[in-house]
Design a protein around this ligand. Structure first.
Ligand code: FAD
Length: 254
């Protein structure tokens, strides 16, 4: 059905390299480039780092890195991006928190203007919702996981259009989410709405067409064969498997 079926076949693999590239970009370009972070933005940042500390699929050094960053801002009323950037550099140097070379693999576009960070951010967010569910966290509930993600999108995601669209969807969380699994499905559905809206858009990488996810090749049972409706328990099982199995493969061009 798809022109680029070969490419789409790899669409269901999560690479740690992409997740680490996303974390690094988020720290170096989105968070620490802000002049002053205070009030609701600072609360959102603390929540984001707390969720990462619990759910980012890293090793002990990565976790320590995130926790040290948290300690450097937790009791402050105001933080300057520059100051936080100094902590990021210092702890990166001291701890070497990244397992991979943090290059794009799954989120590599057919050219540099496509995919990369926004793709990585979705991948990170899905991973966080799934890890929260698998770990059955007691520090967050399903709604709080999504609100923490929304807090990051609202205050730090540099794509203002994306942020505004996403914040429009966030209003539906309270009525639809009461568990961690609901949160996984809410984000899946929100992402599919975005995919649908952007299909054929100038931002679409021609090599990676926007499709309703997952495609049949990846999950035969995710849709009813007759009505084509989603079978949500199968979708949930598929997402949990996909986003809890993280590949440590390194990019071949490094
Ligand atoms: P992406 O859509 O980024 O998907 C990344 C990966 O996630 C895919 O490779 C696939 O493996 C997996 N995936 C795809 N769909 C699902 C799903 N439903 N559930 C689980 N996994 C899935 N761009 C705009 O132009 N306008 C917007 O309003 C906009 N809003 C955005 C809001 C957010 C919160 C984010 C993070 C990004 C937004 N973007 C928006 C960017 C856009 O959605 C894509 O990220 C970007 O175009 C790159 O697309 P991509 O082909 O790499 O795949």
């Amino acid at each position: 059905i798809f022109k680029n079926e070969k490419v789409l076949l790899e669409y269901n693999i999560v690479y740690l390299s992409d997740l680490e590239a996303t974390l690094k970009y988020s720290l170096d370009h989105e968070i620490t480039s802000r002049s002053i972070i205070s009030g609701e933005a600072l609360e959102s940042l603390i929540g984001y780092l707390e969720l990462l500390s619990e759910c980012f699929p890293t090793n002990i050094r990565g976790k320590k890195f995130i926790n040290l960053l948290l300690d450097s801002i937790r009791d402050k009323k105001t933080v300057s991006g520059e100051n936080l950037g100094e902590y990021v550099n210092k702890y990166e140097f001291l701890i070497s928190p990244y397992v991979t070379k943090h290059k794009w693999i799954g989120c590599q576009g057919s050219n540099a203007m496509f995919r990369q960070y926004p793709c990585g951010l979705w991948t990170l967010f899905h991973t966080l919702t799934v890890q929260a569910s698998m770990k059955n966290l007691d520090t967050f509930n399903g709604i709080q996981v999504l609100e923490t993600i929304a807090g990051y999108v609202k205050h730090f995601f540099g794509c203002t259009d994306c942020s505004e669209h996403f914040m429009g969807m966030v209003t539906t969380i309270k009525n639809n989410v009461s568990s961690f699994d609901d949160a996984v499905l809410w984000l899946w559905s929100a992402h599919n709405q975005v995919n649908q809206r952007l299909a054929g858009d100038v931002t679409e990488d021609p090599m990676f067409p926007k499709v309703l996810f997952p495609i049949k090749r990846h999950c035969e049972t995710c849709r009813n064969n007759v009505t084509n409706e989603w079978n949500k328990s199968e979708v949930l099982a598929f997402l949990k498997k996909m986003y809890s199995t993280v590949s440590n493969k390194q990019a071949s061009n490094v």
